[in-house]
Design a protein around this ligand. Structure first.
Ligand code: HEM
Length: 496
């Protein structure tokens, strides 16, 4: 017995030693970074997640390109605008991959857009971008849908009569209805229980993806797959979303396709028909479900969260809210619906919208990429199939590009004469070949929703509340702490 125990100890010792040497061997040509432990890598140093502050601290020690280990997998982190740009813009094609083994991948089997790679990704992405364009983003189709939803939101908020409310669900339902119109071709009543369940499932997916469990899953997929825990819920929610999409697809198939299809599902079904028999085609029912699910998931929480930050910042900075009201009152004389073009005559408001995105930074540290070829980054040879994190948080707070990176300051986007001024380090949608596919839609939504809300309402703190918590909760997105607000009417309700 004693002998077996000794043997086991020796075995464990050599197992750890072997794992350690393997990491050291792999690390020899990689950028520097905190010393990894066998098996868990730097998970302890990182507090089991890629938090913006932790990565910022690591970069102070190791520079703008460094390595952290998620379990036994190295991730090269790029810090600051120059390092990120030099990687994902200058090596856009080489860094256009997504990591293969992670929770997101297991949710979608490498189909759709967000975590697919190679030929599937290229075809699904190109098709979705083209269809979004055909559906009229930038012209009038989608813009009027956003206007209708923002008008609906205004009406619902007005019925609350200025009492303290949590606006998050109202916002998320309106934004989810914009993307529903795009993908399913129709909106849902906000009392529809299946829609409410869909939105809730979607929210839980995003929350799970940014949890410590997700990091553990990424580090040890072979183990976590079989262990119970909150990460298992993500698969159930994904299944619900998939079933929901499939049901919509069935309804589309039963109906006759309209002459001018006006949603992604009709366009996709037509594409499957068109490319039938083409061995090169990746347009099939599985990719259809995943592409629609990807657009719904990526397009709901992100925009909704940005608008929740927007209202919170209005509470935190009432002087800025005042200035916006003044500009809107001076410039918007008629009562027609807000358009995306309006931002051009509202430089201060436009600057605030940009600052909300910069400071709110909902995409946190961004999404992992993978090199699809060997490349040289900052003198280091980065081998094909290496995971790379272009840390977006570090770009949106890069002191070389922002005067007061950790202050909410619309002046970041204004010149000395009060004109709107862009900033090259403003990349909340990332950059390169994998840049957010919904960037234009999101920009339209933020401008139209925000200005419509600001024109109609004043956002006030509930009586007795004097402090606003602008710290974030780090999940897959950076979310504000739940808050209550009094939405007080200041303008007409009807513009459409
Ligand atoms: C304020 C709103 C939004 C922000 C800040 C945002 C940000 C991002 C970021 C940072 C990425 C990762 C890019 C990378 O790999 O480096 C991304 C990817 C993506 N986003 Fe957005 N997004 C927003 C809204 C939307 C909307 C409305 C849609 C839906 C149409 C959408 C669809 C996507 C898709 C499909 C991807 C994956 C692209 C790919 O892998 O090729 N996003 N987004």
């Amino acid at each position: 017995m004693w002998f077996i125990q000794q043997l086991l100890l020796v075995f464990v010792f050599f197992l750890f030693l072997g794992k350690y040497l393997k990491i050291i061997w792999k690390a020899r040509s990689l950028p520097p970074g905190p010393s990894p432990f066998p098996i868990i890598g730097n998970l302890m140093t990182l507090c089991f997640n890629m938090y913006p502050e932790t990565l910022s601290k690591v970069s102070k020690l190791y520079g703008n390109i460094y390595t952290v280990w998620i379990g036994e997998t190295p991730v090269i982190v790029l810090h600051g605008y120059k390092a990120v740009k030099n990687a994902i813009v200058s090596h856009s094609e080489e860094l256009s991959g997504r990591p293969v083994s992670n929770l997101m991948k297991d949710m979608s089997n490498g189909k759709g857009i967000v975590v697919s790679n190679g030929h599937i990704w290229k075809q699904q992405r190109r098709f979705s971008l083209m269809t979004l364009r055909n559906l009229g983003l930038g012209k009038h189709g989608l813009e009027s849908r956003i206007q209708e939803e923002s008008q609906g939101l205004v009406e619902v908020l007005a019925t609350q009569n200025g009492k303290p409310i949590d606006v998050s669900n109202f916002i998320v339902h309106s934004v989810a209805n914009v993307i529903s119109a795009v993908v399913f071709g129709h909106r849902f009543s906000i009392d529809d229980p299946t829609f409410l369940k869909l939105v809730a499932a979607n929210q839980e997916i995003i929350d799970s993806l940014g949890s410590k469990w997700a990091t553990l899953y990424d580090a040890f997929p072979w183990l976590m797959k079989h262990l119970p825990g909150p990460h298992q819920k993500v698969f159930k929610n994904r299944e619900y979303l998939g079933d929901f999409v499939n049901n919509e697809v069935r309804i589309h198939q039963q109906n006759e396709s309209p002459e001018e299809p006006d949603d992604i599902i009709y366009h996709y079904l037509a594409q499957i028909k068109k490319t039938k028999g083409d061995p090169d085609s990746t347009f099939d029912m599985v990719n259809l479900t995943q592409t629609v699910a990807d657009l719904f998931t990526a397009g709901t929480e992100t925009t909704a969260m940005s608008l929740q930050w927007a209202i919170l910042f209005m509470l935190a900075y009432p002087d800025i809210q005042e200035k916006i009201h003044k500009e809107l009152d001076e410039v918007l004389h008629d009562s027609s619906a807000i358009t995306y073009e309006d931002r051009k005559r509202l430089p201060y408001t436009n600057a605030v919208i940009h600052e909300i995105q910069r400071f709110g930074n909902i995409a946190s540290v961004g999404v992992l990429r993978r090199s699809i070829k060997d490349i040289i980054l900052d003198g280091y040879l980065i081998k094909k199939n290496t995971n790379i994190l272009p840390n977006l948080d570090s770009v949106l707070h890069d002191p070389q590009y922002w005067k007061a990176p950790y202050k909410f300051n619309p002046e970041h986007f204004l010149d000395k004469d009060g004109n709107f001024k862009s900033n090259e380090a403003f990349i909340p949608f990332s950059a390169g070949h994998r840049i957010c596919l919904g960037e234009q839609l999101a920009r339209f939504e933020l401008v139209i929703f925000f200005i419509t809300l600001m024109r109609t309402f004043r956002f006030q703190l509930p009586e007795g509340v004097t402090e606003v918590n602008t710290k974030y909760i780090a999940k897959a997105t950076l979310q504000p702490h739940p808050y209550k607000v009094c939405v007080v009417q200041r303008g007409d309700l009807r513009y459409l």
